[in-house]
Design a protein around this ligand. Structure first.
Ligand code: NDP
Length: 444
């Protein structure tokens, strides 16, 4: 049996219930076969794949808090510190009822390669809880965040592990978490990113993942003789990534015609009114359904189906496995020629294979959404220097980072004669740097 297959079997046997983790590991290892097979004995002897698929540390903890009725609630918290080969652990915190250890491990594993691709000194980690901030009062969210940080603070620090936001963790949650860290430790340090601008946050961090996604999409289109201007774009989700992807796509002359949430999607053939989406989602914390109630040209459909809307470019920006093989076929049949992932692993493996086999341009999440963590690393630098850069300075660094990521991914795919296979390109480019650092540091 090949070394890759052996390791894959072992990963499944050792982590039996973690299906999203298996999916992420399999996708990465499959595309690394071509690299591993060239030097199989050396990789095997050094157990490189066993080490890279085993987190350096997994912390799981109880998070008790009191709701507005006086009832004690108990959630489960996680932090997975996956790899510190190229820098302190870095990766977001997700608060969503679906969160379990397998989901946090898949996200932490992906983060290793994503962070490597940014070219910045950050290792891979991820954390979160099965707490659902939806429908909770500000006081309840604060009580939860304070309890969560009362345990988490033991494992993090500005030079060891620097969490950020993800699904369900935005500016409000980061503020409460930061306040509690400072209160417990007495340290005013850059231990979290995504902070507010009045207490150490970076301009452009809010926009970074969505903007970065569109910057790299534009690079991919340019390299293939196309551009975003004049194209119709379908976006899923209506959270942080989706909103700022829509904003940048519109700035570059595209027409964005949809947004969604976990209840349904809106289709607005006139083009999405982003101020209205922001008012509903960022100010009122409402549902996307309200968009169609306020705008006559829009139609709301309950449930799934956002990928049935005809478009040139699709940007999945909600959650994992939200786009399956049937969706991929429908997109293609309706004329879509490019897909770039704002979310982490939003396309199933079958959908990804379909895109690649049908000559569609496809940029995987670990490259396409790396602008968020890259800007978080810029926030860490500003905090260390006690400086803050202007919006334009950070935006131009972000733009350059995304251009460089596209170049690395494209070059890695060409090096192995896999031209335009950006999935393989991203995995290979991310992996080679991490393995080089692992080898240099001995057996750790
Ligand atoms: P938000 O919480 O701001 O928004 C998430 C959006 O996705 C919401 O519209 C939400 O709808 C929808 N959504 C979440 N879960 C589901 C689900 N199970 N089914 C359908 N829709 C769902 O999160 P972000 O925008 O920050 O994150 C979106 C994706 O981008 C995630 O995969 C995240 O890991 C990834 N990402 C985020 C980065 C960041 O900087 N924030 C960086 C890199 C990747 P609802 O309101 O109904 O829950």
């Amino acid at each position: 049996m090949s070394y890759v297959d052996e390791v894959m079997e072992r990963v499944i046997a050792k982590n039996p219930s973690e299906k999203e983790f298996h999916q992420a590991v399999k996708e990465v290892l499959d595309s690394l076969r071509i690299v591993i097979e060239k030097n199989e004995e050396k990789f095997r002897k050094n157990a490189v794949l066993e080490r890279i698929t085993e987190p350096e540390r997994v912390v799981s903890f109880r998070v008790p808090w009191v709701d507005d009725k006086g009832q004690v609630q108990v959630n489960r918290g996680f932090r997975v510190q996956f790899s510190s080969s190229i820098g302190p652990y870095k990766g977001g915190l997700r608060f969503h009822p679906s969160v379990n250890q397998g989901i946090i491990k898949f996200l932490g594993f992906e983060q290793i390669f994503k962070n490597s691709l940014t070219g910045l000194p950050i290792g891979g980690g991820k954390g979160g809880s099965d707490f659902d901030p939806k429908g909770k009062s500000d006081r309840e969210v604060m009580a939860f965040c304070q309890s969560f940080m009362t345990e988490l603070y033991k494992y993090i620090g500005k030079d060891t592990d620097v969490p950020a936001g993800d699904i369900g963790v935005g500016g409000r949650e980061i503020g409460f978490l930061y306040g509690q860290y400072k209160r417990i430790t007495g340290l005013y340090e850059g231990v979290l990113t995504g902070k507010g601008l009045t207490y150490g946050g970076s301009l452009t961090r809010t926009e970074a993942t969505g903007y970065g996604l569109v910057y790299i999409t534009e690079e991919m289109l340019k390299a293939n003789g196309k551009e975003l201007a004049g194209k119709t774009v379908v976006i899923s989700g209506s959270g942080n990534v989706a909103i700022y992807a829509a904003q940048k796509a519109m700035q570059l002359g595209a027409k964005v015609v949809s947004m969604s949430d976990s209840n349904g999607y809106v289709y607005d053939p006139e083009g999405i009114d982003l101020d209205l989406v922001k008012e509903i989602k960022e100010v009122r914390r409402g549902r996307i359904k309200e968009y169609a109630e306020a705008k006559a040209s829009a139609q709301y459909t309950e449930g799934k189906g956002v990928w049935t809307i005809p478009c040139d470019v699709a940007l999945p920006c909600a959650t994992q496995n939200e786009l399956d093989l049937e969706d991929a076929k429908t997109l293609k049949a309706n004329g879509c020629f490019a897909v770039a992932e704002g979310a982490n692993m939003p396309s199933t493996r079958e959908a990804t294979d379909f895109f690649l086999e049908n000559d569609m341009l496809f940029m995987p999440g670990k490259a396409a959404n790396a602008g968020g963590v890259a800007t978080s690393a810029l926030e860490m630098s500003q905090n260390s220097q006690r400086m803050s850069w202007t919006f334009e300075e950070v935006d131009s660094k972000l733009h350059q980072i995304m251009v460089d990521i596209f170049k690395k991914v494209d070059e890695a795919s060409k090096k192995y004669d896999l031209e335009k296979n950006y999935v393989a390109g991203a995995n290979i480019a991310g992996f080679e740097k991490v393995v080089d650092a692992m080898n240099a540091q001995g057996i750790v």
